[in-house]
Ligand binder design. Structure first.
Ligand code: DQA
Length: 146
């Protein structure tokens, strides 16, 4: 079975508790369970990592480059707006990825309006809350099937 990876950045472990008016009430665990069910129906095995530390995300991306992962859904969270290192890791492994955000950063504070990932992603899905993860998986799978 082909493998996909869902990668979540800092503070997303607090989904369901954190700023509910922006990020909703669903936990990360529930979102990942939904994604895993969706992945299986599409014939993909799904791995997931949430990390608050940049180096852990970088190391998981490096591992994805050699463990037969076909592509990623990535919510870099606050690192979206800061991390050249994560961008470089994705460029190094050359794996296709969809950038996902629960909120729509483009309509928020000016510092959230810069993404270090949008121009190298297959595409970005933002503003659909937790549903954005399954939508991103669908987009990634369509891309891989092309
Ligand atoms: C986020 C948007 C980021 O600006 C923020 O730092 C997050 C979550 C989102 O999913 O909407 O932590 O990536």
């Amino acid at each position: 079975m082909a493998k996909l990876l869902i990668l979540n950045g800092p503070n997303l472990n607090l989904l369901g508790q954190r700023e509910q008016q922006i990020y909703g009430t669903k936990s990360l665990h529930d979102i990942i369970v939904e994604c895993q069910q969706f992945g299986v129906t599409c014939g993909f095995e799904l791995d997931h990592l949430q990390a608050n530390a940049e180096h852990q995300l970088i190391e998981r991306i490096h591992a994805a480059g050699v463990d037969a992962t076909s592509g990623l859904v990535f919510n870099p969270a606050a690192f979206t707006h800061t991390s050249v290192a994560l961008r470089d890791a994705l460029l190094a492994v050359k794996l296709p990825f969809v950038e996902v955000h629960l909120s729509q950063p483009q309509t928020r504070e000016p510092f959230r309006q810069v993404s270090y990932f949008s121009d190298i992603a297959i595409g970005t899905i933002a503003g659909f809350g937790p549903d954005g993860y399954v939508l991103s998986l669908q987009a990634l799978i369509n891309h891989l099937d092309e």
